[in-house]
Write a protein that binds this ligand. Structure first.
Ligand code: F6P
Length: 746
């Protein structure tokens, strides 16, 4: 539009200026012609009157003078005539303009003095009149009076208005024709070829076959087309070669690594890159009060797991742009390359209004589904308004995903409880898509799930998936039971799938994990970081138990503090020697329940520190802020113990991160048996966080465990985590999804 305006506006300005000048000249010439004409007519009439007026004036016959002026008033457009004597006094005036006598007429004196006729426009009674004055002579050539003829000039202005009207019509017609011609030329030579080239290149990116552009152009534009074709060709060749290499390498490697996953994705998906959807984005741009912007990695299990996958394989991650400076960092399609300093994949941000975020994320997802799925005795809240916004937000994400999908057989991998309706929305538009969803939190039993007023819509949405993944077999069983009880469908317990309306949904376990090798810095840097933290927090020579959590009521942070309190009561020999270093990343603080929890934890920390503190020692150091992965890693490394006391947790990656970070250093993990991680990390010290007594004893037991036993247990757990790493998790999921995809193609 801007381009078209730039083309048309100057043309219009030039045409407009040209026609205005032409109009002014034309109007002036018409006016001059009309005035000449008027003067000629007036002169003829005045001369006719003057012939008789000479006699009338010489004998001062007023009656004859009156007859004379009345007889001339019927001439074309003549308003009236006046006869004056030599002193410019009125002798006779046409009845119709009798008021004319009262008008001041200095020009009469001029005519008497100069003895020459005079014509001109005069204003009278708000109108414009034309007056022509002729001197009347006697036989001796002396002026004996004057004759004045007065004309109505309104027709003159009507004629000029008509001239302007004609010029305007010509201007409009001419302008329209020129604009039309310009638009046609612009469309044919620019807009159409650019649109064709864009459509072709977009199609090419989505995997459509044609490698020759349909646009045939010459000159500069032709050169651009040819360059774009070359880029497309090189891309196509590079992608093909990468797929073949990946196939070969895949046969050779055994342990799941970043490279093996990359090969799997290349070999199985080829040009059809990975599309991941989650609510939480992996990189958030946050502006602080001083105007600076920080790029933050949020405290989120989904981010911890998915970021290394996308970094390894590339692809597009579509997520809610929740940072207050996020909009500054995206391109015209709301995309940016991440990580910011080493772009490995594309992050596409979806914008939600405050109202949508409130209803969809805070309301339905986190006040409804989150407490519904976690056994923590927090009552779920379901509001109709939240549900409406949840549907709307899912629709927004669907739109954003659909815009990106390649032409054929795309693969979409959706994360978590925020998007139960998204699979159906995608499948409705793209039945050829293979859609997988991983449920990162527990799935409750059918009785609990049936509390949800929107249970059928949610199950219907999820059953549009080809694959639904859970951490544990127990959650898979709950899901199958739920569908079996609440929906008309066929549950196949052999294949572990659900068939409904010609769609088969496979249900599988994929215990999520971490990249066990990531985050390591130079050993010296790490040691320096650890020593600094110890000094700053006065942890030198202390037994440090670390806790790393989002401040969430599912994490059992209050129970952990109560257990430390009981431990110190029961085993006072550890006073002055033991410290719980609790990192709490603020989370969902906008919700009342989370707000209250934060206050409850603050209060408990103060109370127990007051109760037990001695000299400069306090048993609990609580750091309530956001931490970078490198900072957290230093705390893990200094932790003699790590306490994970979730009341209910799908997996809990903190437990795995601690085990991986210790790298052979002595340490011990105290792990709630209500976490998914406890099924794999069987060498941890297992606790029931609700049993404060057992919990307190577990702390003592872990501290006093012989170093050799600690080392052996930690080593076994390290092995589990490095084998069952996040690449294996993603590899399993993607392999399963692509197998389903292949089967559908047959
Ligand atoms: O799996 C649950 C989850 O979505 C994880 O990504 C993470 O542990 C947590 O919830 C993050 O919560 P939020 O994205 O609401 O901060």
């Amino acid at each position: 539009m801007r381009r078209v305006l730039l083309l048309i506006l100057p043309t219009l300005i030039i045409i407009g200026a040209g026609l205005t000048v032409f109009g002014l000249l034309e109007a002036r010439s018409v006016r001059e012609r009309l005035m000449d004409d008027l003067e000629r007519k007036a002169r003829t009439v005045a001369e006719s009157i003057a012939l008789s007026a000479g006699d009338v004036l010489s004998i001062s016959d007023v009656e004859a003078a009156n007859r004379l002026v009345e007889s001339f008033q019927k001439r074309e457009r003549v308003q009236g005539c006046v006869i004056y004597d030599r002193a410019a006094r009125v002798v006779a005036v046409t009845e119709r303009i009798s008021d004319w006598q009262g008008k001041a007429k200095p020009y009469l004196e001029e005519v008497l003095v100069s003895a020459t006729p005079r014509g001109g426009l005069e204003r009278f009674q708000e109108y414009s009149w034309y007056s022509y004055v002729l001197p009347v002579f006697d036989g001796g050539n002396n002026i004996i009076g004057l004759v004045e003829v007065v004309y109505d000039t309104s027709y003159l202005f009507d004629t000029l208005a008509e001239v302007w009207r004609r010029i305007s019509v010509a201007l409009i017609i001419l302008t329209s024709l020129i604009v039309l011609a310009l638009l046609t030329v612009e469309r044919r030579t620019y807009a159409l070829p650019v649109r064709q080239l864009t459509a072709w290149f977009r199609g090419f990116q989505k995997g459509e076959e044609d490698i020759v552009s349909p646009v045939r152009a010459k000159g500069d534009f032709g050169q651009l087309v040819s360059e774009v074709e070359q880029v497309a060709l090189s891309l196509r060749v590079a992608r093909r070669a990468a797929v073949e290499e990946a196939h070969e390498r895949l046969q050779q490697e055994e342990l799941w690594t970043e490279a093996k996953l990359r090969d799997l994705v290349q070999a199985r998906l080829g040009e059809n890159a990975l599309f991941v959807v989650s609510n939480r984005e992996p990189y958030i741009h946050i502006a602080d009060e001083s105007g600076g912007v920080r790029c933050v990695r949020p405290a989120s299990g989904v981010v911890t797991a998915m970021d290394p996958i996308l970094q390894a394989c590339g692809g597009t991650w579509i997520a809610h742009g929740s940072g207050n400076a996020d909009r500054k960092y995206v391109n015209s399609k709301n995309k940016l390359g991440v990580p910011p300093d080493d772009n490995r994949y594309i992050l596409k941000r979806v914008w939600l209004t405050k109202d949508e975020e409130e209803g969809y994320y805070y309301g339905f997802a986190n006040e409804g589904l989150w407490p519904l799925c976690h056994v923590t005795h927090t009552r779920p809240v379901f509001r109709e308004g939240d549900w409406e916004k949840y549907k709307r937000a899912n629709q927004k994400f669907a739109q954003s995903v659909l815009e990106e999908l390649p032409a054929r057989n795309p693969l979409v991998f959706i994360q978590d409880y925020h998007f139960t309706l998204l699979p159906r929305m995608i499948k409705r538009e793209r039945p050829d898509a293979t859609v997988g969803l991983f449920w990162h939190i527990p799935w409750p039993n059918p009785e609990v799930f049936a509390i949800c007023p929107y249970q059928l819509e949610i199950l219907d949405g999820l059953l549009a998936c080809d694959l639904v993944g859970f951490h544990l077999q127990f959650h898979c069983n709950n899901f199958l039971d739920t569908v079996n009880r609440l929906m008309e469908s066929r549950v196949d317990t052999e294949k572990f799938s659900i068939v409904r309306a010609n769609q088969e949904t496979f249900v599988r376990t994929f215990p999520i994990s971490i990249d066990a090798c990531s985050g390591a810095e130079e050993a010296e840097d790490e040691e320096r970081r650890i020593q600094r933290a110890r000094r700053e927090l006065r942890l030198e020579n202390k037994i440090v138990a670390v806790g790393v959590d989002r401040v969430d009521y599912t994490k059992g942070i209050a129970e952990r503090i109560l257990a430390v309190d009981r431990f110190l009561e029961k085993y006072p020999q550890y006073k002055g020697r033991f410290v719980l270093l609790q990192l709490g990343a603020p989370s969902r603080t906008h919700l009342k329940r989370y707000h209250e929890l934060a206050a409850e934890i603050d209060e408990l920390v103060q109370e127990k520190n007051w109760k037990h503190s001695e000299e400069d020692w306090q048993p609990i150091v609580y750091l309530n802020r956001h931490f970078s992965p490198a900072e957290i890693r230093a705390y893990y490394m200094m932790g003699d113990l790590c306490i994970v006391s979730s009341l209910h947790d799908g997996m809990n990656l903190v437990a795995k991160e601690y085990v991986a970070a210790k790298q052979g250093r002595p340490g011990m993990l105290i792990l709630s048996r209500f976490t998914g991680a406890s099924r794999e990390l069987v060498d941890a010290v297992s606790i029931n966080p609700y049993s404060i007594e057992e919990f307190a004893d577990a702390i003592k037991y872990s501290i006093e465990m012989p170093v050799e036993e600690k080392k052996a247990r930690m080593e076994k757990m390290r092995q589990v985590v490095s084998e069952n790493n996040v690449y294996r998790w993603a590899g399993g999921l993607i392999a399963e999804l692509t197998t389903i995809q292949k089967a559908k193609e047959l």
